[in-house]
Structures are given as structure tokens and as C-alpha cells.
Design a protein around this ligand. Structure first.
Ligand code: NAD
Ligand code: UDX
Length: 472
């Protein structure tokens, strides 16, 4: 029976960091070393100011860092010491070459796998933690096996991560399930059992699911595609609601009461963002195309098309409401992160919206409680533009509060559902007093009580709701 005593995680990002920090926190008998090529990222993990914002993360890291949890740039040493290695590197959508704009870029997974093959001096269990197309483990296995000897044997497992940002620590401490896929060989199953034993330090055994390798890989893409599909479904319905006077919150509530549907992930919005949904659906679309399944590819592609449509529809509504022009108007954008409780901006709807506002020559004032100004400039910069920040400063202003952003604005646009933008937390009377009149408010997150804000004097427009909803 293999007992894991020493774990290495390659990739100290949004997944590798929190996942292996919780693992160390719950397994004092296991030494965990998280490595990364980025010196800046590792330095931040070793400082008081961790590189990512995630509720509860500081407590977990500070409780075990220096005891059984270590962050290092010495990738080779950590590989050599470990019995089990998580590969938790990025797998972004390819930007060029074959499959550009669709396929996952597996260069980082391959380079981490090659490093393991080159420097390992003892047997290793290699665990695919990154989200990858179905059958990637086969390529990793080929690389590893080409370098194995009678003393150095590699087993490969798939253990996709299901955490959501903003609730990562909660999700990791109490996961709905942990999924571990293995080759159905004697050695594969022994490796699978060794990883089951690691997780059952804190996860009830019945929540640890074991499957074959390919089911595990595909389940990750499938889960993300189905979650995103629910959002695109409710967003498609939100357009019908606005045109008919039905209320999308009421429709979602009524549908969600059906236990076969369930109530979660039915919140209409300005469109889903984040580093996973779009990338993983496109990955699934590419896989389906490669497998010569064009109807399947088109089915999943529609989820992304609907998401783009939702963002454009929101922008069109803002422009038409503001008398068909936003040139020189000040638009206050509340929120830049792709969801609340994270500083992550990858694929945030805010980026698309603000770029469109800039194209229309609006002046955009942005406030987000957790996103740094530097990140906002980076996300809004267009390739090939020199001195981007100076160019952007003509159109955008980064603010320290919602009040500053809304001061003298023509419209306030709620893009991220931060609690501090709720109508019981933000003083909307004060915001209204400081704005140009008529004062418009566009709620892309169904966050505020529109009736209450209309009482103050705002002209309010909410996704999936029509001002005359419910009337004859
Ligand atoms: P990330 O970009 O935050 O982190 C990846 C890290 O890997 C980077 O710090 C990078 O420097 C490092 N890296 C890349 N190649 C390396 C190498 N050869 N050696 C050492 N370090 C290397 O990415 P992430 O958000 O943590 O995502 C990682 C994977 O997990 C992706 O496949 C993603 O799809 C998947 N995933 C992400 C989430 C999420 O919420 N972010 C959730 C579930 C799954
Ligand atoms: C997602 C999956 O939930 C997680 O299981 C997987 O491991 C990684 O991808 P994440 O992207 O971090 O997690 O956040 P999630 O809560 O899924 O939200 C994604 C986007 O959808 C956000 O922009 C969010 O605001 C939006 N969303 C979510 C909606 O618009 N409506 C909803 O009902 C739920």
C-alpha cells in the first residue's frame, strides 16, 4: 500500500495555492511544497500579502506555512522529494496556431510533465489537477513512460478541481465531491487509493468518487459546460422577460423550486466571466469538432454565443436609454472583478462593457474594492498600443469609492455583485444627489431594489425586468 508523505504542487496559482494550502492544513503528517517559476508569485506567497484574495485563505496559509507548507521556486528539488505531484499549471485558450481561440494550450502541462520526467529519481504519482481536454493524461503518460526505468515508475491520475473563486476555502474544506480518475490497472488503482487516503484526512469517504481516467477528465469539462449553460439559459430568458413584463427573478424562483432543476446557478446577469467557463466550453467545442461531432460542437458553442449576446445587449440598452449617445458622458462602473469576493478579473464582463463604452467615447469611472489599478489598465489595454496607460487615462478614471465614481456621472452601472453595492449598504440618496439628472442606474446583477431607488429619483433598468413588469 502506497502512503503519501510528501506532496509537491507545480503551479502556485488560484488553484494550486488554495488547494494545497488546505491539504496541508488538514494533513499535518504530510509535507506540502508548492512551486512556481514565477519568483514574484512565490515571494508573495511567502509574505504577509498573499498574491490572491480569497476569504479565509490567510488564516489557512498562516496556520501551516513554515510547518508543513512551503512555497518555493526550486521546482526540481520539490519534484525529487515528493511521492505525489499535482500538476496545477495554467491551460489557457490557445492564442495562435492550430485550434487558436478554441483549444486549450497544453504547453505548460507538457513542460511541467517533462520536468518531472527529467529530474525524478524515485517513483512518483503524477496528478493532473489542471483542467485539460479528455485524453491529455495519455500524452503525459507517454512522456513519463519514455523516461521510466526499473527503479522509477510513474502513475498518472486525474483529479480535477471544482472550487469556485470567492468561496474556494469553503469549497475545499467541504467539497460536494472529490473526483479521482485512474487507469484501471493494479498500479493505477493503488495510486488512486493513495490519493483517496490523502483526501479522506478531511473529506467523508462517500464524497470521494473514483472513476476511470477519461471519465474524470471529461467530467470536469462537462460540469463547467452545464453550469455555464444554466446561466446562458436564464440570460436568454431574461431577454424575453424584458420584452414581455415577466420578471426573471420570479421565473428563476418558480423553475428552481422543481427539485429536478434546483435553485442554484439561475441568477441572470450581465454575462458569466472567470477564467474557466468560456475556456472550458471552447475546449469542449474543439474536442467535439476534432471527434467529427459538429452538432455537438454547435450545441455547446451556443452557450458562449448567448453570453456574448447578453453583454452586447446590456451595452445596447445603456446607449439607447441614454438618448442613443454616450459621447462625453460619465459612466460610473461599480465592480471590475468577474464576481464578488475575488480580485480576479479574467474574462470579466466589465472588460467587454468598458471597452465598448470607450469605443463610444464615454468617460468611464471605475471602482472595485479588490482590483488594483494596474490590473485594470492591463485588462483594458489593446495590443500594439504604445503608452497604453496614458491613452486610457483620457477615457478612464480609477476611483477609491463608489461615491467618487458616481460623482457628476450620467449613469451608474452595477457590473459585479459586491455586497457593498447593495441598497442597504451604499447610500444611494448621496449617490443620487451627486449625479447629473436624469440619473440613470443599470443593474447588471439584480442586486438592488429598483422600486426603492426609483423612489429616490433614479431611472432604473434591471436585467430581466421591465419597469412595467406585472402591469396589464
Ligand atoms: P494560474 O494562472 O493562476 O496559475 C498557474 C501557475 O502555474 C502560474 O503561477 C504559472 O507561473 C505556473 N506555471 C506554469 N507552468 C509552470 C511550470 N512548468 N513550472 C512551474 N510553474 C508553472 O491558473 P489557475 O487559475 O490556478 O488554474 C490552473 C488550472 O486549474 C487551469 O487548468 C484551470 O483551468 C484549472 N481550474 C481553475 C479554477 C479557477 O477557479 N481558477 C478552478 C478549477 C480548475
Ligand atoms: C467555476 C465553477 O463554478 C467551478 O466549479 C470551477 O471549478 C471553476 O469555474 P468560478 O468561475 O470561480 O467557478 O465562479 P462561478 O461562481 O462559477 O461564477 C462564474 C461566473 O458566472 C461569474 O461571472 C458569476 O458572476 C456568473 N454567474 C454565476 C451568474 O451570472 N449567475 C449565476 O447564477 C452564477
Amino acid at each position: 500500500m502506497t502512503v503519501v508523505k510528501n506532496i509537491c504542487c507545480i503551479g502556485a496559482g488560484y488553484v494550486g495555492g488554495p488547494t494545497c494550502a488546505v491539504l496541508a492544513y488538514k494533513s499535518p503528517d504530510i509535507k506540502v511544497t508548492i512551486v512556481d517559476l514565477s519568483e514574484a508569485r512565490i515571494a508573495a506567497w511567502n509574505s504577509d500579502n498573499l498574491p490572491i484574495y480569497e476569504p479565509g485563505l490567510d488564516e489557512v496559509v498562516f496556520a501551516c506555512r513554515g510547518k508543513n507548507l512551503f512555497f518555493s521556486t526550486d521546482v526540481d528539488a520539490a519534484i525529487q522529494e515528493a511521492d505525489l505531484i499535482f500538476v496545477s499549471v495554467n491551460t489557457p485558450t490557445k492564442k495562435s496556431g492550430m485550434g487558436a481561440g478554441m483549444a486549450a494550450d497544453l504547453a505548460y502541462v507538457e513542460s511541467a510533465t517533462r520536468r518531472i520526467a527529467e529530474v525524478a529519481k524515485s517513483p512518483k504519482i503524477v496528478v493532473e489537477k489542471s483542467t485539460v481536454p479528455c485524453r491529455t493524461a495519455q500524452s503525459m503518460r507517454t512522456i513519463l513512460e519514455a523516461n521510466s526505468t526499473s527503479e522509477i515508475h510513474f502513475d498518472i491520475l486525474s483529479n480535477p478541481e471544482f472550487l469556485a473563486e470567492g468561496t474556494a476555502i469553503k469549497d475545499l474544506l467541504n467539497p460536494d465531491r472529490v473526483l479521482i480518475g485512474a487507469l484501471q490497472t493494479e498500479s493505477g488503482i493503488e495510486a488512486q487509493n493513495a490519493l483517496v487516503d490523502v483526501y479522506t484526512h478531511w473529506v467523508p469517504k462517500e464524497r470521494v468518487i473514483t472513476t476511470n481516467l477519461w471519465s474524470s477528465e471529461l467530467s470536469k469539462l462537462a460540469a463547467n459546460a452545464m453550469l455555464a449553460q444554466r446561466i446562458s439559459s436564464i440570460n436568454a430568458l431574461s431577454a424575453i422577460c424584458e420584452a414581455t413584463g415577466a420578471d426573471v427573478d420570479e421565473v428563476a424562483f418558480a423553475c428552481g423550486k422543481d427539485t429536478r432543476l434546483g435553485s442554484k446557478f439561475l441568477k441572470a446577469s450581465v454575462g458569466f466571466g472567470g477564467s474557466c467557463f468560456q475556456k472550458d466550453i471552447l475546449n469542449l467545442v474543439y474536442l467535439s469538432t476534432q471527434l467529427n461531432l459538429p452538432e455537438v460542437a454547435a450545441y455547446w458553442q451556443q452557450v458562449v454565443i448567448m453570453n456574448e449576446y447578453q453583454k452586447k445587449r446590456f451595452v445596447r440598452n445603456i446607449i439607447s436609454t441614454l438618448f442613443n449617445t454616450i459621447t462625453n458622458k460619465k459612466i460610473a462602473v461599480l465592480g471590475f472583478a468577474f464576481k464578488k469576493d475575488t480580485g480576479d478579473t479574467r474574462e470579466s464582463a466589465a472588460i467587454t462593457l468598458i471597452k465598448d463604452f470607450i469605443q463610444e467615447n464615454a468617460r468611464v469611472a471605475i471602482y472595485d474594492p479588490k482590483v488594483e489599478a494596474e490590473q485594470i489598465y492591463m485588462d483594458l489595454s489593446e495590443p500594439g498600443v504604445v503608452d497604453t496607460q496614458k491613452q486610457l487615462e483620457k477615457n478612464i478614471q480609477i476611483c477609491q469609492s463608489a461615491y467618487e465614481a458616481a460623482d457628476d456621472a450620467d449613469a451608474v452601472v452595477i457590473v459585479t455583485e459586491w455586497d457593498e453595492f447593495r441598497d442597504d449598504q451604499l447610500d444611494y440618496e448621496k449617490i443620487y444627489a451627486g449625479m447629473k439628472k436624469p440619473a440613470f442606474l443599470f443593474d447588471g446583477r439584480l442586486l438592488v431594489n429598483a422600486a426603492k431607488l426609483r423612489q429616490i429619483g433614479f431611472k432604473v433598468s434591471v436585467i430581466g425586468k421591465n419597469e412595467l413588469a406585472g402591469t396589464a
